[in-house]
Write a protein that binds this ligand. Structure first.
Ligand SMILES: Cc1cc2nc3c(=O)[nH]c(=O)nc-3n(C[C@H](O)[C@H](O)[C@H](O)COP(=O)(O)OP(=O)(O)OC[C@H]3O[C@@H](n4cnc5c(N)ncnc54)[C@H](O)[C@@H]3O)c2cc1C
Ligand code: SF4
Length: 615
């Protein structure tokens, strides 16, 4: 029974790599600090347990070491529950028990023999940093993407320097063995696998050098967005980053990095001033060399990886002390989008986004159940469907308050977040029922004058919010939510620790499309097509967000499909839905300049945004 429970949890791992960063201040999984292989992180242990239970890997000495290195400290339970509501500790206990039994019964422990290629890899990186042990390989073999499947590599190698990356590439070329480059693997679309080949994991290369005078920070390919933002924020800066667990070099290569801050800071080549690469022949170049390959160019084609980025000099942006967040509620997409566009055109605000209710409720609620309930409260009781998020200075906030009757400021959001469980209580419902008049409820209720009444009803406190999570984690959540940053819109936008909750109910397949922002009916048509297609295949779907780009001329739109990746039949329907919407997007691209599916930006994230936004 316990084994089955553990397997059920293990196969649900989303592979968003949040357990690879210390985003809650709990510390990392202790053995992971110096081992670097994914197998020593909770995510890898989940894969290992599933593979053991399904009879896909033998017990090796390495596997014994991995299991024994877990101290059952429970850090992974806190981290994973925060994002996905999963409890990996049950898996860790089952893994240790499995190995204990195996050892006690004196069963066979295999040890794969080194071969030529492994010896050559060891000669480059040292014996510790290349392996062909199944317990290592299996954590580099799949993700929940609908088309990925299991793709077991033959070797995993962790180079420690640009020169080592270059030598590994040269070796793979010479031996004609395919290789894939891996950051934290959180792209989850099957990009980081090399069946029977080599996976190069860049996690060891974590150098960060801030050059305050020159407004840049040099970043190694193993540095995550969370760690980089933490370092530069200590110096009063921010960088334009997205998912906290995404490695910065990988994220630029993969998507160019789009975020709500892309409104002000741009995307793709706007994000950096220079970068170093190792090309497919093992040659090192940087983008400022006149004879370097032109990675700033963009072609409307599915392009191969142009090289391995081994360092990027990222732009630093100064922060001011009066920065704050506002949410402006709307009932209609048309109105919310036109408002966001106007702000962008007028250069009001740094981060801007039109958020849908699926994101708002999922991000602020600590459980799926509460998220469902408060989505309904926002929708049905308050009459709101969208909100424009703005992060900016006090001048931007003042301007917005003069443009909009209702704005939810930091204090209002903190009240709602910490009082969420009471939003579904009878007292709140009767307050809404008492409202009269022609306005939508949110237009009256969410006004700043109402704050004292809302506070009196919701009784917001860290303990009140914590009461909605599983009993044994309530104390931890109460402590967590007593930290100001957990309810601070600016911090939450900079560090984004709640956005991967979007895959909590079911794994998320995100569609990113660049769109012309002067044609809102077209954007609505695209949204309708997304919905229609997913509905046809019975796939859960919802609008995600839209952020203006290039001062409101273009925007980046996200629409999401959600599916249980452990359900074969649902995965098949997801595959069909993805292929069907792909055809629809191709058609939109043919008909409308300015519509571009991110599929074509993949591996071209170092290009100039103008080249893909205006073609
Ligand atoms: C919940 C969620 C939300 C997301 N939201 C956003 C968002 O708002 N904005 C956004 O931009 N992205 C977003 N993403 C996408 C994700 O951040 C990117 O795919 C990012 O690249 C993942 O980083 P990683 O280190 O895990 O990369 P990986 O998945 O390891 O690699 C991604 C790609 O980059 C290649 N690669 C890795 N390292 C290098 C390197 N050093 N040089 C060259 N190529 C390399 C890999 O081969 C692969 O093709 C989101 C993902 C998730 C799961
Ligand atoms: S319980 Fe084990 S796997 Fe989880 S964080 Fe602690 S040491 Fe790591």
């Amino acid at each position: 029974m316990a084994k089955q429970e553990a397997l059920k949890t293990a196969i649900q791992c989303r592979h968003y790599a949040m357990c690879k960063i210390d985003f809650l201040g709990t510390g990392l999984c202790p053995p992971a600090w110096d081992k670097h292989y994914v197998s020593y992180f909770p995510q890898g242990r989940m894969d290992i347990y599933a593979a053991l239970a399904e009879g896909r890997i033998p017990v090796t000495r390495r596997l014994v070491d991995i299991a024994e290195s877990c101290s059952l400290c429970g850090i992974c339970d806190k981290q994973c529950y925060f994002v996905t509501e999963l409890r990996p500790l049950t898996v860790m206990e089952a893994l240790k028990k499995w190995i204990d039994n195996h050892l006690q019964q004196g069963l066979e422990i295999t040890d794969p023999e080194a071969d030529d290629l492994l010896s050559d890899l060891w000669a480059i990186v040292g014996q510790e940093w290349a392996s062909h042990d199944p317990a290592i390989l299996v954590s580099y073999a799949h993700d929940p993407g609908p088309f990925t499947g299991i793709q077991m590599p033959r070797y995993v190698v962790l180079p420690g320097s640009t020169e080592e990356v270059s030598q590994v590439v040269t070796l793979c070329q010479k031996r004609k063995i395919p290789y894939a480059v891996r950051g934290n693997g959180s792209s989850v679309m099957g990009f980081v696998f090399s069946k029977d080949g080599v996976v190069m994991d860049l996690h060891r290369m974590q150098d960060i050098q801030i050059n305050k005078k020159n407004w840049i920070v040099s970043v190694g390919p193993g540095v995550s967005a969370f760690d980089l933002q933490s370092e530069v924020s200590k110096e009063g800066f921010r960088t334009n980053l997205a998912e906290p667990a995404a490695l910065v070099c990988a994220n630029i290569m993969c998507s160019g990095i789009f975020s709500t801050y892309s409104n002000a800071y741009g995307t793709a080549a706007d994000n950096f001033v220079n970068a170093e690469f190792v090309d497919a022949k093992g040659q090192i170049f940087h983008l400022n060399q006149r004879e370097a390959p032109n990675l700033y160019a963009f072609q409307h084609e599915e392009m191969p990886l142009p090289g391995i980025c081994t360092r990027v000099d990222v732009r630093l942006h100064p922060k001011t002390e009066d920065e704050q967040g506002l949410l402006i509620p709307f009932a209609e997409f048309q109105d919310a989008t036109a408002f966001a566009r106007e702000l962008s055109q007028r250069r009001i605000g740094l981060a801007l986004a039109v958020l849908g209710l699926e994101y708002i409720s999922t991000f602020i609620a600590p459980t799926v159940e509460l998220a469902h309930k408060i989505k309904r409260v926002f929708q049905e009781d308050l009459g709101m469907e969208y909100a424009v998020l703005m992060i900016g200075d006090s001048y931007a906030a003042q301007a917005i308050k003069s443009m909009s009757e209702v704005t939810m400021d930091g204090e209002m959001m903190k009240t709602l977040i910490l009082g969420l469980p009471k939003l579904v209580d009878r007292e709140w419902q009767s307050l809404i029922q008492d409202l009269e008049g022609s306005q939508r409820p949110y237009e009256t209720l969410l006004k700043s004058e109402m704050l004292p009444i809302i506070k009196a009803i919701l009784l917001p406190s860290p303990g009140s919010l914590a009461a909605s999570v599983t009993p044994d984690l309530q104390e931890f959540f109460a402590e967590l939510y007593s930290r100001p940053e957990l309810t601070d819109m600016v911090w939450l936008n900079d560090f984004r620790i709640i956005s991967s909750r979007m895959g909590r109910d079911k794994h998320v397949v995100a569609f990113i499309v660049y769109v012309p922002l002067d044609n809102i009916p077209l954007i609505q048509e695209i949204n309708r097509e997304f919905q229609k297609t997913a509905d046809e295949y019975g796939i859960k779907n919802d609008y995600g967000f839209l952020t203006p780009l290039d001062m409101g001329k273009r925007a980046v739109l996200e629409y999401d499909y959600y599916g249980d990746h452990t359900d074969e039949e649902e995965t098949q329907r997801m595959q069909q839905a993805v292929m069907a919407i792909g055809r629809v997007l191709e058609d939109f691209m043919l008909r409308y300049p300015g519509v571009k599916w991110i599929k074509y930006v993949f591996n071209q994230g170092f290009s100039r945004k103008e080249s893909f936004l205006y073609t």
